[in-house]
Design a protein around this ligand. Sequence first.
Ligand code: CDP
Ligand code: MG
Length: 696
Amino acid sequence: MSKFWKPGSERPRATLVDDEEGGVLFFSTPSSEYGRSTLERQKQRLPVYKYRDAILYLVENNPTTIIVGETGSGKTTQIPQYLKEAGWAEGDRVIACTQPRRLSVQSVAARVAEEMGVKLGDEVGYTIRFEDQTNPGTTKIKFLTDGVLLREMMDDPLLTNYSVIMVDEAHERSISTDMLLGLLKKIQRRRPELRLIISSATIEAKSMSNFFQIRKKNRRQEVKDDPGSLKPPAILSVEGKGFPVEIYYLEEPASDYLQSAVSTVLSINDEEPAGDILVFLTGQDDIEAAVQLLADGARDIRGHSSGLLVLPLYSGLPRADQDLVFAPTPKGKRKVIISTNIAETSLTLEGVVYVVDCGFSKQRFYNPISDIESLVVAPISKASARQRTGRAGRVRPGKCFRLYTEEYFVKELPSEGIPEMQRSNLVSCVIQLKALGIDNILGFDWLASPPPEAMVRALEVLYSLGILDEDAKLTSPTGFQVAEIPLEPMIAKMILSADAFGCSEEIITVAAVLSVQSIWVNIRGTQKELDEVKLWFAAAEGDHVSFLNVYKGFLNSGKSSQWCYKNFINYHAMKKVVDVREQLSRLIKRLGIVLKSCERDTQTLRKAVLAGFFAHASCLEEYSQNGMYKTIRSSQEVYIHPSSVLFRVNPKWVIYHSLVSTDKHYMRNVIAIDPSWLTEAAPHFYQLRMPNPALF
Ligand code: CDP
Ligand code: MG
């Protein structure tokens, strides 16, 4: 096991900059008999239960109520039920509860339906992108992502269906949550009877409260709409319950957090009494790798099963695997859940006594100068580290093993994270606000203003895509059509362009594949086999064309799970692709696009992709020995991702779908193009930037 030490014990403590972090976190009242009570009794034991009447009173009497409470106190699952019991869903009114993540939407909806003894999709339902489990006549409590609620505003700008909207997990400050809060504040002026609940696991209540009190002064229109003063939101803090958690730090920094996490889990299993383990890693890839290593490691040591039940948890996980995570731990087993930061506050896992925190999470970062947005594995904030630690103290005193040194925690981790709004590409955000009639986007009532450079970049890209006109208004029909398609604007533009190229059949398949996480099953130790299998499907033109081969193979196999298993293809992802594709085909028909196939004309297909993604072009550096490309737009150094079929093939000119950054910027999902297509598709964008392609 890596060497850990407990602050305040065998080694002198470093001076703590952070005053709350004394090595032991104390929470207040102890929790009770997990697993033995009926659902009803469990409900009554949750900390929010004591506040039921207070919450209902505040919601009745205040337009906005802010509720702060420790993860697991019952905010998400209980408050919507209290509201329903109090009559907020009578008539045709609906109670909405938003979540930043799809997986938590599904999971909490299922739990609430179970608690209420109703079928999921009837009285309690949920909606996430491409999946609607509601029944318009009967659904009273609806869980949905914040992004879906934003989309609903396009059809119903005042969200008239809803009596109460609970914006949950507001501390996460997702880009959609921030947009939603600004828009809901506007809606409230027109619909004073609408009730908002903002719930959060951490105290950012003050800035939220100020936000809802202060009217945007520089817009005359708004002042006129609202002659009265804004009532300050009510704030309620739910007292948490939990046990102390001891924190251990590494004595020396770990060189490989994945290995370190695996060996820590094995040592906990050897040395510590019963209790489930929750490991925080960063994403699907390293989670699956750790699951595999633990399965191998556990067997190697003893030659037989170690009693560990190792389960992954990340968004995009199939439902059956999600259920395993929430099911009670079988007798004699110790559950090890390896999760992204989804288990930090969005989901409560019972039975966790040990937390292993790698200190990183995958975060989106955007640099408006280079116009590069990428997913980066970056250090978490101190606030996140504390949340992770708290997950160990739900059932009894717990331990948290931080895979970093105390000095690193104190000196390197920022105290709070940066809101997503301030580190994202704003293209989708701008388009959505424009579609909702918000023209002055910089003047919008932001909880935290987006960087003006990012805004300018977004406007530039949208203009070059023909989505906005010179006056920064949505173009008709393209701009409005793009806004209707619930995919990133570049994909939406690619779909619309496919009409003219006569390849809409193929393009919606590509769009559907790009919208699921990964269609390949990537198990550590099977990389060679996976690479060999990929060759079967690989097309010289690149990943998008290879996706079409996989899709065809899947259909020809009669959508067989066996076939997927044999070919290292994720069966659930493929089923999702078929489903999303079906929905897209209905959507584009509605937009007046005729489904047409280009058969084997991959040049046409690639041109259609390029019509949406011309801004993501890069060129192989001359004499580059290691496959280095430079983006045309900002001369940024990038490389083809090893998962791409073009990895090591390195065509001269490529278009990529997205960038992931670890040690380098990697282009994911890449196709080869001819540079003349760039100036053909987007002369206004490339004329001034690119030397004559004939010179290359
Ligand atoms: O939202 P908050 O973190 O305050 O708590 P919650 O998600 O409402 O969770 C309250 C209780 O419901 C916890 O004891 C959870 O373990 C339980 N729960 C569950 O068993 N299964 C779920 N899918 C969601 C919650
Ligand atoms: Mg919650």
